[in-house]
Design a protein around this ligand. Structure first.
Ligand code: HEC
Ligand code: HEC
Length: 270
C-alpha cells in the first residue's frame, strides 16, 4: 500500500523534469514547423512541381468546379445558342430521347416551327409534356433558353431571332413565393428606401428600371448593382428565388406606376 502511494508521489526532481519536458515539446514543434517552412522556401523558384497529369485533370474538371463555386460578384456570362444547346439541350435533342424533336431533323421540327417562335419559346421556358422547363436547368436565363430554341429551330430550317418579345408573366403562385422572399430579404431596404434603394411605391424610380427589362433586373438582383447587394446580402438565396422576388417587386412597381398614371390623368382633366 505504501509502495503504491510512493509510485504516484511527485518529488521535486519529477516536477522539474516534467516542467522542462512541457517546455521542450512545444519548442520542438515550433522548430519542426520552422524547418518545414524553410523546406517550402527552398522549393520556391524551382519549376512548378504539379505533375502534368494532375494539371490535365484539373483543366478537364474546371468548368464543373467553376459552376459549383460561382462568385456572386462576377456578372453571369450569358451562353450562346450553341453553348446552350451543347451543354443542356443536346442531352435529349441530339438523339431524340424521350420523343424530343431531333437536332437538324426537319421532319421532326417543321410542324413545331409552324407553331411560331413565341409558342416554342414559351414551351421551352415553362416546359411542355416531357420537355422539362428550361431543359431542366433553372439557372438558364430566358434569353439563353431563347438562344437555344433559335439555335435548334434554325438548324432545322427556321429563320428566327433570339429576342424576348414578351416577358413571361409570373403566375399567382410565383408571385406569392416572390412576396415571401421579398419580405424576408429585400423589404428592409426596398420598403423604406434606406441606402437609396428604390421603394416599391416609387413610380418614378421604377419606370426606367422596368424598361430595362426583367433580365437586367434579375441580373442586378442576383449579382448586385450600384449599392444594391447581391441577393439582398443573403448569398444562400437561390437565383430562382431572387428572380421571383424581382417578379414580385416589378408587379408591385407596375401597380404603383398605373396608380400614378391615373392620378396624373385625373389631375390633368381638372
Ligand atoms: C430531358 C430531355 C430534354 C432536354 C434536356 C431538353 N428537351 Fe426540349 N423537348 C424534349 C421533349 C421530350 C420534347 C417533346 C415534347 C412534346 O412535344 O411532347 C421537347 C420539345 C422541345 C421543343 C418543341 C416544343 C413544341 O412546342 O413543340 C423545343 C422548342 C425545345 N424542346 C427546346 C429545348 C431547349 C431550348 C432545350 C435546352 C435548353 C431543351 N429543349 C432541352 C426533351 C428535352
Ligand atoms: C441593404 C439594402 C438592400 C437590400 C436588403 C436589397 N436591396 Fe435591392 N437595392 C438596394 C439599393 C441601394 C439599390 C439601388 C442601387 C442603384 O442606385 O442603382 C437597389 C436596387 C435594386 C434593384 C434595381 C437594380 C438597379 O440597377 O438599380 C433591384 C432589381 C433590386 N435592388 C432587387 C433586390 C432584391 C430582389 C432584394 C432581395 C433579395 C434586394 N434588392 C435587397 C439595396 C438593397
Amino acid at each position: 500500500m505504501s509502495d503504491l502511494h510512493q509510485m504516484t508521489k511527485t518529488t521535486p526532481k519529477d516536477f522539474i523534469a516534467a516542467t522542462l519536458g512541457g517546455l521542450f515539446a512545444p519548442g520542438l514543434t515550433i522548430f519542426m514547423i520552422v524547418m518545414l517552412f524553410l523546406g517550402f522556401q527552398k522549393n520556391m523558384g524551382q519549376p512548378d512541381p504539379t505533375p502534368i497529369a494532375e494539371k490535365v485533370v484539373l483543366e478537364r474538371i474546371q468548368p464543373f468546379g467553376q459552376s459549383l463555386a460561382v462568385d456572386p460578384n462576377v456578372p453571369k456570362i450569358e451562353l450562346t445558342g450553341e453553348q446552350v444547346y451543347n451543354e443542356i439541350c443536346a442531352g435529349c435533342h441530339a438523339s431524340g430521347a424521350l420523343g424530343s424533336p431531333k437536332f437538324k431533323e426537319k421532319a421532326d421540327w417543321s410542324k413545331r416551327i409552324a407553331q411560331s417562335y413565341p409558342t416554342l419559346l414559351d414551351h421551352a421556358i415553362k416546359g411542355f409534356n416531357k420537355m422539362p422547363a428550361r431543359g431542366g436547368n433553372p439557372d438558364l436565363s430566358d434569353l439563353e433558353v431563347a438562344r437555344g430554341v433559335v439555335y435548334m429551330t434554325n438548324a432545322a430550317g427556321a429563320n428566327f431571332e433570339a429576342v424576348l418579345k414578351k416577358e413571361v408573366e409570373p403566375t399567382t403562385d410565383e408571385l406569392a413565393r416572390g412576396k415571401t422572399v421579398y419580405v424576408d430579404n429585400c423589404a428592409y431596404c426596398h420598403d423604406t428606401g434606406v441606402t437609396g434603394a428604390q421603394k416599391l411605391t416609387d413610380a418614378k424610380a421604377w419606370t426606367p428600371l422596368i424598361k430595362e427589362g426583367k433580365e437586367y433586373l434579375y441580373n442586378a438582383a442576383i449579382n448586385g448593382s450600384f449599392g444594391g447587394p447581391a441577393k439582398g446580402g443573403n448569398l444562400k438565396l437561390s437565383d430562382a428565388d431572387t428572380r421571383l422576388a424581382v417578379d414580385y417587386m416589378v408587379a408591385q412597381a407596375k401597380t404603383a406606376i398605373a396608380a400614378a398614371d391615373k392620378a396624373s390623368k385625373q389631375a390633368a382633366a381638372k
